[in-house]
Design a protein around this ligand. Structure first.
Ligand SMILES: [Ca+2]
Length: 145
């Protein structure tokens, strides 16, 4: 291991009081490559208790340069917000970086996110300005599943 940094409230670029006690901050995380092209690997992480998906753009000395947050209230989500007992973001996987529809010079990150309790998997294309360029939900009732 070349480095080991803890990211939590008030450390390494995480604002004070960014997390909430028992909110399941970081329950799922995924490396997303170097989305902003600054030479440092970036990652995404979920907060299942408050239905948030954060993208952390990393910088020098494992410090967070920027945090991009999307939630079910963000533009482009398109589905009913989860309710208590539905663990939105219980697991997370990075699919890839791809051009944004209608704005091919910009890229978004495509992520798969599960919603435990609701039997759903979401396929999101997240933008740098904290919106969903695409949002799809798959359930047992989806065609082909
Ligand atoms: Ca980066």
């Amino acid at each position: 291991m070349l480095s080991n940094e803890r990211l939590s409230d008030g450390q390494n670029g995480i604002p004070v009081n960014f997390t909430i006690s028992n909110d399941e901050f970081g329950i799922a995380s995924a490396a997303i490559g170097d989305w902003d092209g600054n030479g440092y690997g970036d990652f995404a992480s979920t907060v299942s208790g408050s239905y948030a998906l954060h993208v952390f753009l990393m910088g020098v000395d494992s410090a967070v340069d920027e945090i991009i947050t999307v939630t079910p209230a963000s533009n482009g989500y398109g589905y009913t917000a989860p309710v208590t007992g539905e663990y939105w973001g219980h697991s997370l996987a990075f699919v890839g970086e791809e051009p944004l529809p209608g704005s091919p010079s910009e890229t978004g990150v495509r992520l798969l996110l599960s919603q435990l309790g609701a039997g759903s998997i979401y396929d999101f294309l997240v933008t740098r300005n904290g919106t969903f360029a695409e949002s799809r939900r798959y359930t047992q009732q989806s065609p082909g599943i």
